[in-house]
Design a protein around this ligand. Sequence first.
Ligand code: SF4
Length: 331
Amino acid sequence: MVKERIFSGIQPTGVIHLGNYVGALKNWVALQDEYDCIFSIVDYHAITIEYDVESFRESILNAARTLMACGINPDTCRLFIQSAVPEHTELTWILNCITPLGDLERMTQFKDKSQQHRGNINVGLLDYPVLQAADIVLYKSHVVPVGEDQLQHIELTRRIARRFNNRFGDTFPEPRYLLSHTPKIMGLDGKTKMSKSLNNYIGILEPPDDIWEKLRTSVTDENRKRRNDPGNPEICNLFTMHKSFSSQDDIITINRQCRTAEIGCIECKKKLFENMMRELEPIQQKAAELKKTPDVVYGALAKGARQCREIATRVMEEVRVKVGIRVQRDA
Ligand code: SF4
């Protein structure tokens, strides 16, 4: 049976944190046998905001190592760096020419990022969703795994694919989204999205002592002021983390013990740390091994890029002919 194709990307921001791991990577690993998966380290997306040129290359490699350490298997799926397949930017230009400016100006993420990066509201920031659409349709992907905050982008991708098909003939499937039902882990303040730029994150490769220190001081249910006050796990970010790292039995027990004040927040955090490290330690070990054997990572990325270019070259040939920019001799 032919598997449906999935495309998804992750930015090489220098650190892959618990939000990325729980919100995307665990899901990618689970999907890679069921679907024909293409996973990309989207470096062109990452340069739409200020970044450190010197460390960028290492950030890209670090992302690749981390993905492989988490269980992304380059023999099962295709793992590659976006800029290694230039057809992504070529297709972006063509899609730009059929995308109304107003559609991009309305994107919530553009408005948010324009606020966050007031000194650098560049064209790439505005055009980001078109590059994302090109990433997806270049491989004629059927499915895109996303969190709720990306739904608007997938809707735009569907509109762009539809517009292209209507104007130039049936070419791209309209991709559908696969919504992740994983509970969303917030930053250490318990309020904002976990992100490197907000410095409210726990990196999955951080030393255990640092992870514990961050967990120890992170915000819980703020209404629980004293040890004997009952808490409400539903509004506690640490309980959300338990849902991703602890066993069902532990989750049920903590839910009860928190509500009855049988357990204090520090004990609860210790339990979480123990369960979290049981899952993260093998990943950290694998990442350390991969760091010592860079050829394994370079080899996987080169193979992924080769496989993706084969698809991208074919699709772009079709696109160029359809939009009328490939002049062919009449038969
Ligand atoms: Fe949160 Fe655990 Fe404290 Fe309850 S006991 S408020 S779940 S940290």
